[in-house]
Write a protein that binds this ligand. Structure first.
Ligand code: PLP
Length: 393
């Protein structure tokens, strides 16, 4: 047995490595440690802090949501803010109905349950299988872990939830393996995040859509990381011209407060009856009020235009870096979500970047990942790129 990981305090379960710094303050796209050192943040709380730090309007929205208002009610009672948020999400997407929960994995668990329920309702033999793709990350709860392609996360918890399998990102294989008699749903990230920032080709997504539609299989898009303006369109699926049957969202939804959502078509919503699913906190008044503000901000056409412009600048800079620096093996991404394959272990570059005052994270052993706040300015982006080039060496 490996020795337990050292944690910050012995009062925490040691599932996270001891962090090298403690941040005490944030402003714009920068974080500050207890010595006052500034760090340009290209992690954004893992794609959560899309509006950066200390955003005056977000803070005001939080104060307004507190001011004499209800924090929590439970889903035994109506919640105005939650209903309004659902209406806005329906208006701004393919979906007809929304279910709220509290995290990404919880959203995917909800999507899996809906897919199973649907698979039992469509006539013929019940279809129950859920299929995910090689490199996919869909969460670490009991059901979603079985759909997450990370051997080291999975191995200690076998046997994993049944009826969930992982297939290659290969059309020929999927054509053979997606059995219309048994498969209820295929779940994919339009851009795989944890799996190395892999942009699924537009034509590949279109083929998956055609194949699933033809075979009566639901297509679930996990946009927990790549949705909500990250790619420069509000939803990542807009870049491929397809729409899913189910979409899951979470990370940036509520400005740093925990929230997730399952967006579904009417056909999927129709199979869900009272009692089929539920959660105590989901869609509560406080978090939903804040999420209404965030949705407004991130779906603003000006913000989306700015993300596309910054995304183009980042693409140009990273392509140039790759051609001038032999240590950069490949760059992949879209909008403000990028992966950079490097020769040496990613964690060493992440550590050097931190010394230089730039926060980046990894997505696999040899892949760096950039997820800056979506409000980043051209100058800060350039500054980050310069620091990144120095950190790569
Ligand atoms: C982060 C993430 C999840 C899991 O979300 P949690 O809130 O950590 O449970 C699922 N899918 C994708 C694509 C993610 O990036």
């Amino acid at each position: 047995m490996a020795a337990p990981l050292p944690t910050t305090t012995d009062a925490l379960v040691g599932v996270y490595r001891k962090p090298p710094v403690e941040f005490v303050r944030g402003a714009g796209v920068e974080l500050f440690d207890s010595d006052g050192k500034a760090y340009l943040d290209f992690v954004a709380g893992i794609a959560v802090n899309a509006l950066g730090y200390g955003d005056a309007e977000l803070e005001q929205a939080m104060r307004n949501a507190l001011d004499g208002s209800l924090i929590h009610l439970s889903n035994l009672y109506r919640t105005q803010a939650g209903e309004r948020l659902a209406e806005q999400l329906v208006k701004k997407s393919f979906a007809d109905r929304v279910f709220f929960c509290n995290s990404g994995a919880e959203a995917n668990e909800g999507a899996f349950k809906m897919a199973r329920r649907w698979g039992r309702s469509v006539g013929g033999a019940p279809k129950h299988e859920i299929v995910s793709l090689r490199g996919g990350f869909h969460g670490r709860l009991f059901g979603t872990l079985a759909a997450t392609d990370r051997p080291q996360y999975r191995a200690p918890f076998r046997p994993l939830a049944g009826g969930i399998s992982i297939m290659e990102r290969d059309l020929d294989e999927l054509r053979v393996a997606l059995n219309p008699e048994t498969v209820a749903a295929l779940i994919v990230e339009p851009i795989q995040g944890e799996g190395g920032v892999r942009v699924l080709e537009r034509t590949f997504l279109q083929e998956l859509r055609a194949l699933t539609r033809e075979r009566g299989i639901l297509l679930i898009l996990d946009e927990i990381q790549c949705g909500y303006a990250r790619t420069g369109s509000f939803w990542a699926y807009e870049n491929s011209g397809i729409t899913p049957d189910i979409l899951t969202a979470a990370k940036p939804m509520a400005g740093g407060l925990p929230m997730g959502a399952v967006l579904v078509t009417q056909a999927v919503a129709d199979v869900m009856q009272p009692g089929d699913h539920g959660t105590t906190f989901g869609g509560g008044p406080f978090v939903s009020s804040v999420a209404l503000h965030v949705l407004d901000r991130l779906s603003d056409p000006e913000l989306l235009t700015s993300v596309r412009a910054r995304g183009d600048e980042l693409r140009t800079a990273l392509v140039a870096l790759q051609s001038s620096n032999g240590k950069v093996r490949a760059v992949r991404g879209m909008g403000l979500m990028w992966g950079i394959d490097v020769a040496e272990p990613a964690k060493d570059v992440v550590a050097r970047a931190m010394d230089l005052g730039l926060l980046i994270c990894s997505a696999g052993e040899h892949t760096l990942r950039l997820l800056p706040p979506l409000v980043i300015s051209r100058g800060d982006l350039q500054r980050g790129i310069d620091l990144l080039a120095r950190a790569i060496g």
